[in-house]
Design a protein around this ligand. Structure first.
Ligand code: AMP
Ligand code: ZN
Length: 454
């Protein structure tokens, strides 16, 4: 299996350290608002990754975190805590807000048919463990205290600029005068924030005799250490995480434990909507529920994503979603051919080709071209081939194709008879009734075929 590794900037052969426990970590959502279709991109693409690992016979151990503390509106160390912002907007407590958006996120996760992780971990459940890393970093001499918090001195971590190819000199030159001149380097970041006199913070914990809370990046280092133990096989996130969040995670983990954090780093690109960045002010923020209101299913959205590549910037539109839906319906209609007396095939060659394409850095778009090919072969897919497709993509090609009811089958047979008897009025009436139930009849050279209405 080959994957693009942000660490080396190359497509590399991936081999897990332990095939029975491929350790994967994906940075999860900050639960202060509903996840829009852009936010859901990452989890949908990483689900494909997990399915392809399974195709290779490996078993994943995947951890997903839920950020419910410490993520400030700026992604750096200033601005309001996103959770507090959410709480103020909703007139609820931060804890209620976290629960509500976490439930909504998991609901979306399941609507998309994504495989449940081994563990879903909330940042606030790991505060004691966070403190241990702060202590370890302090002991190793990486931290300095400021009125704002305990900061990581990035000049003490020589590799700091490596991962994201940061230009630290430039960063220094461009640095604005920030909250304090206490910060030694512009790239230094808070590992632990203090609640300053006259300030308050809804989520706070006692540490070294004062109240405070963890910096945003700390949770990932902590949760990985506790649940997976570094070095992990694959760490995933969005491309926006590369220069700050992941760079800081690496500094913390490697600074505290002296071990490489992850062998592979995978990053997904962003989607735009109708040519523009997703933003409230442009009114182009869509949620899965908006897609559903327009008659699409979450699986159609997944299909649209997999028609492209996780590393490519993609532009979403309802027209494109419609095209993805039509293609998916075509696959489902291919699947139901096996109930219509059509000869079946395991499509061994296509199957091998699909596996190879997916193993080439998750080339699902290429794999779909191979499926298009067999879908027009005139043969029906065997149950085994469909099981393979559904395992590989999670597009519910066979699984959600409900076997049509006996009543409907009888009606189809009646219509065939009516037509054979040249009783056209009766045949048309039956055809319309069948169509009302979502099944379209096609008269082909090989007899009557039926398919799901698009
Ligand atoms: P935010 O709530 O805006 O901080 O978004 C949370 C995460 O969702 C970001 O860190 C990104 O990795 C991801 N994300 C946000 N917008 C998009 C988008 N348009 N396409 C793909 N991923 C996105
Ligand atoms: Zn993270």
């Amino acid at each position: 299996m080959k994957l693009y590794n942000t660490l080396s900037h190359k497509v590399e052969e991936f081999t897990p350290a332990n095939p029975n426990e491929v350790k994967i970590y994906t940075c999860g959502p900050t639960v202060y608002s509903f996840a829009h279709i852009g936010n859901l991109t990452a989890y949908t693409y990483w689900d494909l990754l997990i399915r392809v690992l399974r195709l290779n016979g490996w078993k994943e151990k995947r951890v997903l975190n839920i950020t419910d503390v410490g993520h400030l509106t700026s992604d750096a160390d200033d601005g309001e805590d996103k959770m507090e912002k959410g709480a103020r907007r909703e007139g609820k407590t931060v804890w209620e807000v976290a629960q509500m958006y976490m439930d909504d996120f998991m609901n979306n996760f399941h609507k998309l048919g994504l495989i449940d992780p081994y563990a879903v971990c909330r940042a606030t459940d790991f505060i004691e463990e966070d403190k241990k890393i702060v202590e370890a970093l302090d002991e190793a001499g990486y931290l300095y205290d400021t009125t704002d918090g305990l900061y990581f001195d990035t000049s003490k971590f020589p590799k700091y600029a490596e991962f994201a190819h940061l230009d630290l000199e430039n960063l220094r030159a461009g640095a604005r005068v920030e909250f304090s001149d206490e910060k030694r380097n512009p790239s230094d970041f808070a590992v632990w924030k203090w609640i300053r006199d006259g300030e308050d913070h809804a989520m706070k914990w006692e540490f070294r005799g004062r109240m405070g809370y963890p910096g945003w990046h700390l949770e990932c280092s902590t949760i990985i250490h506790e649940k997976l133990n570094e070095t992990i096989d694959i760490h995933c996130g969005g491309i926006d995480h590369i220069p700050v969040h992941h760079t800081n995670e690496i500094a913390q983990t490697e600074g505290a434990f002296g071990k490489k954090m992850a062998n592979f780093w995978l990053h997904n690109n962003f989607i735009t909507v109708e040519g523009q960045k997703i933003s409230k002010s442009l009114g182009n923020v869509y949620y899965l529920s908006d897609l559903e209101e327009r008659g699409f299913s979450p699986i159609d959205y997944k299909m649209w994503l997999y028609q492209g590549h996780y590393q490519a910037e993609r532009d979403f539109s309802f027209e494109q979603l419609g095209a993805a839906h039509a293609r998916l319906m075509n696959y489902r209609n291919f699947a139901v051919l096996r109930w219509q007396g059509v000869e079946t095939s395991d499509f061994a060659e296509a199957r091998a080709e699909i596996v190879e394409l997916l193993n080439s850095n998750l080339n699902s778009a290429g794999a779909f071209a191979a499926i298009d090919g067999v879908a027009k072969s005139g043969l029906a897919p065997s149950d085994d081939f469909l099981k393979f497709l559904d395992g590989a993509f999670g597009l519910e090609i066979a699984a959600t194709t409900p076997d049509i009811s006996d009543e409907l089958k009888a009606k189809i047979a009646e219509r065939v008879e009516a037509k054979a008897a040249k009783n056209y009025a009766e045949a048309d009436k039956l055809r319309d009734e069948i169509l009302d139930q979502g099944i379209e009849l096609l008269d082909s050279a090989n007899g009557v075929r039926w398919q799901y209405k698009g």
